[in-house]
Write a protein that binds this ligand. Structure first.
Ligand code: ADP
Length: 270
C-alpha cells in the first residue's frame, strides 16, 4: 500500500555481460487490485439477497399449506428481489460511468431542466417519507455534458437526502454560479454523517450503517456513481455534514458560457 511496484528482470548477453530491465508497474498493479476488490465486493453484495431469496423460497415450500405464511414469505421475497434489481442496476450504472471515457451524448445542458427532472423522479419517494422538496427559481445556467447522467447524479443525491432524513423535514435543491463553475447543492436536515465517515462515503460499497442502509435498500454505490459523473464532466463533488443536523452535497461543474454557444438555425453548437 502506497509503495511502488517495480518489475526487475535480469538477462545475460552471452559473454558480453548482463542486461538489467526495470519496469514501473505501480499503476497497472493498482488498477488490477482495484478491479479485483470490486469483483469481490460485487460477488459478496449479490450473494446476500440471492441467498435470502433462496432461503425464503425453501421456507415457503415447507409452509405450502399455510396461506398466511406463504403470503408473508412472498412479500419478503418481493422486497429482496427489488433490492437485488436495484443493486444490479447500480452496478451497471457504475461500470458505465467509471470507464472515464468521453461522454457518449454530450451536448449543452440546461441545469434547471436537470433539477426539474431529478426532483420529479423523487416526488413520490418524498411524499411517502413526508419530506418537502424545495427548489429555487430558474437560473438559466448551462453546462456541457450528458443530461441523463447529470439527472442520475442529482437524483441520487436527492434520494439519499430523503432516505437519511426524518419525516416533516425539508430537502433543498439549489443552483448557483461560483466563478466559472455551476454549483448544484442538495441540502437536508437529516441524520448527518460523522467526520470519519464523511471521508469515505464516496467509496464504492461504503455504507455508514449497514443495518439501517439495508432497510432503506441502499447499495453503497450511489455516491460513487455521483463522483464519477461529476469528474467525467470535468467537475467534482463534495460533502459537508454535521451529525444530527443534516448534510449538504455539492456538485461543481464548469459553466458553459453563453459565448460558447453559437446559434445556427435555431440549434446551439459548441
Ligand atoms: P446507499 O445506497 O447506501 O445510500 P451511497 O453511496 O448513496 O449508498 O451513500 C453511502 C452512505 O453515505 C450511505 O449508506 C449513508 O450512510 C451515507 N449517506 C449518503 N447520503 C447521506 C445523507 N444525505 N445523509 C446522511 N447520510 C448519508
Amino acid at each position: 500500500d502506497g509503495e511502488s511496484v517495480i518489475d526487475v528482470r535480469l538477462g545475460t548477453l552471452g559473454s558480453r555481460g548482463v542486461l538489467l530491465l526495470a519496469e514501473d508497474r505501480t499503476r497497472a498493479v493498482r488498477v488490477e487490485e482495484t478491479r479485483r476488490d470490486f469483483v469481490a465486493n460485487v460477488s459478496h453484495e449479490l450473494k446476500t439477497p440471492v441467498g435470502a431469496i433462496t432461503l425464503l423460497a425453501e421456507t415457503m415450500q415447507d409452509a405450502a399449506d399455510d396461506p398466511e405464511a406463504v403470503r408473508r414469505f412472498a412479500g419478503r421475497m418481493q422486497s429482496e428481489s427489488r433490492r437485488l434489481a436495484h443493486l444490479v442496476q447500480e452496478i451497471i450504472e457504475l461500470s458505465r460511468v467509471q470507464g472515464g471515457s468521453a461522454l457518449p451524448d454530450a451536448e449543452p445542458v440546461e441545469i434547471d431542466d436537470v433539477v426539474e427532472t431529478a426532483v420529479a423522479m423523487n416526488r413520490n419517494l418524498a411524499l411517502g417519507a413526508r419530506i418537502t422538496l424545495k427548489t429555487g427559481g430558474p437560473t438559466g445556467l448551462q453546462v456541457f455534458g450528458s443530461s441523463s447522467m447529470l439527472v442520475t447524479a442529482v437524483s441520487n443525491l436527492i434520494s439519499n437526502a430523503i432516505a437519511y432524513s426524518p419525516p416533516e423535514t425539508q430537502v433543498g435543491i439549489a443552483v448557483r454560479r461560483d466563478g466559472g463553475m455551476v454549483e448544484l447543492l442538495v441540502k437536508d436536515q437529516g441524520i448527518g454523517i460523522s467526520k470519519e465517515n464523511l471521508e469515505r462515503v464516496f467509496e464504492r460499497f461504503y455504507r455508514v450503517d449497514r443495518a439501517r442502509s439495508r432497510t432503506t435498500g441502499g447499495s453503497g454505490l450511489g455516491l460513487a456513481i455521483v463522483k464519477h459523473i461529476a469528474t467525467d464532466h470535468g467537475g467534482e463533488v463534495s460533502a459537508w455534514s454535521m451529525e444530527g443536523q443534516g448534510s449538504t452535497f455539492t456538485i461543481r461543474l464548469p459553466e458553459m458560457g453563453r459565448t460558447d454557444a453559437i446559434t445556427v438555425g435555431g440549434s446551439a453548437l459548441r
